[in-house]
Ligand binder design. Structure first.
Ligand SMILES: [Zn+2]
Ligand SMILES: [Zn+2]
Length: 207
């Protein structure tokens, strides 16, 4: 009888011992963490402050097939799932977290010591930095050695063109009134319904 009790206890202790990996510690710290944020948006009557309660966010490093690991801001509630999918807490390319000049972990792609800096434009309305981080997966010849692949030039673009396209999309999505005032060219029809949630949200915020 005593022996069986002892055995049971041992099993319980074993099950309750923390795995001790840093991922588990991070999940314990972050999962379920809620934050309150206050946000100031411009309306026709002047600035309006709104507060939100939502899951906390943190920066994780997402594995990509061709561009190493890229920093992304993710919801703490998705942390367990993302770590399982191979996302990392520390950038495996430079073996560091990417900390900006204010001491905050940031998704600024130019903070990675292991990669070449990318071109950037800055939004005139909210000063968000729009990075040239939407390069296509492959550059150059698509066919490689395959003579049957017809090479086409339509997909090639420069950092100037890519960041300008991203900046225009940003203006129309988040600052439609300013986009109109700045005479930003209208978005192609294919892009207009691409982010209905964002567009609607941006309009609601502006009202
Ligand atoms: Zn890095
Ligand atoms: Zn902006």
């Amino acid at each position: 009888m005593q022996k069986r009790t002892g055995k049971t206890a041992t099993v319980e202790v074993t099950e309750n011992v923390p795995v001790g990996t840093s991922d588990e510690v991070l999940i314990a710290e972050q999962e379920g963490r809620m934050v309150q944020s206050a946000e100031t948006v411009q309306s026709e009557d002047g600035p309006v402050i709104t507060t939100h309660t939502r899951p906390g966010t943190l920066v994780l490093y997402k594995p990509t097939e061709s561009h190493g690991y890229l920093p992304r801001t993710v919801s703490a509630s998705a942390l367990r799932q993302l770590l399982k999918q191979g996302w990392k807490q520390v950038c495996p390319d430079c073996n560091k977290r990417h900390i900006n000049k204010d001491g905050i972990e940031s998704t600024d792609p130019n903070l990675c010591d292991a990669r070449d800096p990318v071109a950037v434009r800055v939004c005139r309305v909210c000063t968000k930095r729009i990075f040239d981080n939407r390069q296509f997966t492959y550059d150059g010849k698509m066919g490689g050695d395959d003579p049957n692949v017809i090479e086409d030039e339509a997909g090639s673009s420069t950092p100037e063109e890519r960041t300008l396209a991203s900046l225009h999309l940003h203006y129309w999505t988040w600052h439609p009134r300013e986009a109109q005032m700045m005479k930003i060219p209208p978005l192609p029809a294919a892009l207009q319904p691409a982010a209905p949630g964002e567009t609607r949200q941006a309009n609601e915020r502006a009202i």
